[in-house]
Design a protein around this ligand. Structure first.
Ligand code: BDR
Ligand code: CA
Length: 307
């Protein structure tokens, strides 16, 4: 039986892949959106656009339009001003099911057993849901998130964007006591990269979704090439979906992870206790490696399956 998930996202090029993948690999009870790569009205429209293009009948609920305490910040350098720059943008005719993602998360978890929360943007919605309804923590199967890093960050030397964008929310999530928290951080997601050969294969496949995704990947890869000199671009967000549906592709290590919320140089850093023999109590299964070839093949096949 496919796992039941709520995908909390801020599309975002790699979020778009996560949506397509989740819809094939999971029972997606809801997609919830958050301010992150772009302002909330755009991340919501982008989630609806992906559902529309792929013919997905999944309710999309708009959520938090700003972080808990820090000012909203976005990622136009990686995702463009719209959050999904690259392809020509069709008109979006689908509409959001509600503007209350937090209510949706709480009600869905309370009415279904063993739901996975899969956040792949800033953790604002998840933290608000946990704060408003602490009972949901015991009801969920787990939280599989894309965020953080063991090692270098991307938005600052020490911080990854999703955690940096709302560090206080992230600390609530890591400190929630959820029975399983899986973390796909940058140390992991940079192992799963899309290069020109994937784009060529999607163009050769043709069809609305593969062609749209090829255009998205072109834009996304050009940014990584320019900023970081990379010839292939990391597929961050699909890793959090695969950590639920295909855990056998990963190696995990149990670690204590906390978030620096205030540090002048280190705000948003995931502080992972790597000390040998530490008596720290692990709260997180940190992903350290992925079978990238298998994951990439699955992603390619999934995108092509939409035609
Ligand atoms: C994360 O930030 C966003 O730009 C991506 O969608 C991903 O969720 C990577 O740091
Ligand atoms: Ca994202």
């Amino acid at each position: 039986m496919n796992p039941k998930i709520i995908l909390d996202c801020d599309p975002g090029h790699d979020d778009a892949v996560a949506i397509l993948l989740a819809a094939r690999e999971c029972e997606v009870l809801a997609i919830t959106t958050v301010s992150g790569n772009a302002p909330l009205h755009l991340t919501t429209a982008n989630a609806l656009l992906i559902c529309q293009l792929a013919g997905l009948d999944i309710p999309v609920h708009a959520g938090a339009d700003r972080p808990l305490l820090v000012p909203a910040a976005h990622a136009p350098r990686a995702h463009g001003a719209t959050g999904l720059d690259g392809p020509p943008r069709p008109e979006v005719y689908l509409e959001a099911a509600s503007a209350d993602a937090v209510r949706c998360i709480i009600d869905t978890v309370r009415s279904h057993d063993d739901v996975w929360l899969v956040p792949v943007g800033p953790l604002t919605n998840i933290a608000l849901a946990i704060r408003q309804a602490p009972d949901i923590v015991e009801r969920i199967a787990g939280i599989s998130l894309m965020g953080g890093a063991v090692g270098a960050g991307n938005v600052t030397p020490t911080a990854e964007f999703n955690i940096w964008a709302d560090p206080h929310a992230a600390q609530i999530v890591f400190g929630s006591g959820a029975r399983v928290i899986r973390m796909a951080g940058l140390n992991l997601t940079h192992q799963l990269c899309v290069g020109p050969e994937v784009i060529t294969a999607l163009r050769a496949e043709g069809g609305t979704v593969p062609s749209f995704m090829a255009d998205l990947f072109d834009f996304y890869l050009a940014g990584y090439r320019e900023r970081a000199g990379l010839e292939a671009a990391p597929m961050h967000d699909p890793c959090a979906v695969l950590a639920v549906t295909r855990p056998e592709l990963f190696t995990f290590g149990a670690r204590q992870v906390d978030v620096e919320t205030e540090g002048g140089l280190t705000r948003g850093m995931t502080v992972v206790d790597e000390r040998p023999g530490t008596d720290a109590v692990p709260n997180c299964d940190v992903a350290f490696s992925i079978d990238a070839a298998a994951a990439l093949e699955l992603i390619g096949d999934t995108v092509c399956s939409y035609g």
